[in-house]
Design a protein around this ligand. Structure first.
Ligand code: PMT
Length: 400
């Protein structure tokens, strides 16, 4: 098993105990996976009365066999970035309070150094019973994090405290925990994404087919790791990712101004935008009328934002993209060297399944020491892996 604390930061051991709310566990797993987490599920013996293990596997959880007699509890305890128990019965709280270790779940809870979150679920009278109150207080005192319980109608027909928090509330709790404990906690980062639009007249202009998906996925992946992300975006149809501050721009000149406005303290820059290298020398105030059979337009150079950022003193860790149609590696390496970048992500454009507008991409990572080609994958997955590679390379004082 991979050791705990690797940059991914979202490894969840999900303990499921025998409360009726366990039927919500597959939905909780689905939402955790959508939030970029890996989930290993440990079911108590009574939990299987309420949730079929196959339903958990079907939504992407890795089922852990409680009968394993090896060092599994230690392996899991070290793998986990968080141990979440949902639902957590009154009996489970009591066993945690006394430090029981009579099954895999309670044993790994004793062995782990990861945050322990519990989502209680029980009848309202059981929740308010002095024994449960005492266990709750004792566990709070030891730093156990409680999600809920909520108030409301209960499976037994009664109404009151003790209802397990909804999966979305539990995931939102972990998102907050991760953003406060993410590897890039509070590191200022800026990502450019999308195309630029270079106006010719009020009705026409020049742009490209960038959808913004790659840059938005990187911004989202950085925010997942707790970075303070500014996303400077050209025109796209995409919504801003959660916990990302988006600045919408149109032209390359505007994009540069937005980047400069966020220069102070910036520690990481990722240039994923397809920035036009040229713009029309003149923007006509009126719509150009059809006249001669041909039209000649003079273009002038746009600022090279990435190259400029890489020259800042002090400068952020600077990552560029390279959109190539041929000789991908050599062209990308030239960009790395000529612009003085820390890392270049090269991708082919003009072929199906990669580049502009696609949900997938196929990238090659190039830095001073090596070239690593990855196979095609969804841009969201590639973005998380790029962020992991960036985290490995960031100067040590940049980490939270
Ligand atoms: O947005 P999607 O539809 O998801 O498509 C993703 C993408 C193909 C646009 C993306 O993966 C990508 O390759 N982005 C860079 C596109 C580009 O402009 O590549 P380039 O090789 O022309 O530019 C090299 C680098 O310089 C890039 O980091 C670019 O952001 C930057 N640049 C370029 C020109 C300029 N005037 N200023 C810049 O900052």
């Amino acid at each position: 098993m991979r050791d705990r604390g690797s940059p991914q930061g979202r490894r969840v051991v999900l303990g499921i105990t025998g409360g009726i709310a366990a039927y919500k566990a597959p939905e909780l797993v689905r939402q955790l996976r959508a939030a970029g987490a890996e989930v290993r599920a440990v079911l108590s013996r009574s939990a299987t009365r309420f949730v079929a293990p196959g339903a958990l596997a079907a939504v992407g959880a890795e089922l852990i066999d409680d009968e394993d007699t090896g060092m599994l509890h230690i392996d899991l305890a070290r793998w986990a970035d968080v141990v979440l128990i949902a639902p957590a019965t009154a009996h489970l709280l009591a066993r945690l309070a006394i430090g029981a270790a009579d099954d895999l779940l309670t044993t790994l809870c004793l062995a782990t150094e990861a945050p322990l979150c519990v989502a209680p679920a029980m009848n309202r009278v059981m929740w308010e019973h002095p024994a449960t109150r005492a266990n709750h207080a004792q566990l709070l005192g030891r730093g156990v994090l409680f999600v809920g319980p909520g108030q409301g109608p209960q499976a037994c027909g009664e109404n009151g405290p003790g209802r397990m928090s909804e999966p979305a509330e539990i995931v939102a709790f972990l998102e907050r925990l991760w953003s406060e404990t993410g590897v890039l906690r509070n590191i200022p980062a800026l990502v450019t994404a999308g195309p630029t639009y270079e106006a010719l007249d009020p009705a026409r202009g020049f742009t490209n087919r960038s959808s913004g998906k790659m840059g938005y996925a990187i911004a989202a992946a950085l925010a997942e790791q707790g970075a303070q992300v500014v996303l400077v975006s050209g025109p796209t149809a995409l919504a801003a990712p959660p916990r990302v501050h988006r600045v919408l721009v149109t032209s390359a000149v505007e994009m540069r101004e937005a980047v400069l406005a966020h220069r102070d303290g910036l520690r990481l820059f990722v240039g994923a935008a397809a920035v036009a290298d040229y713009r029309p020398e003149t923007i006509s105030p009126q719509k150009l009328k059809k006249q001669a059979d041909s039209l000649t337009i003079t273009f002038v150079r746009n600022p090279d934002i990435l190259a400029e950022v890489a020259q800042w003193q002090p400068r952020p860790f600077t990552v560029g993209f390279a959109a190539e149609t041929e000789e991908l590696e050599s062209h990308a390496r030239t960009k790395l060297e000529k612009k003085g970048l820390d890392l270049v992500i090269a991708n082919p454009v003009g072929e199906p399944g990669a580049g502009f507008g696609e949900d997938q991409n196929r990238v090659t990572l190039i830095d001073r020491d090596r070239t690593v080609a990855w196979t095609a994958a969804p841009k969201t997955e590639i973005a998380r892996r790029i962020v992991t590679e960036i985290i490995k390379r960031l100067p040590r004082n940049t980490h939270a």
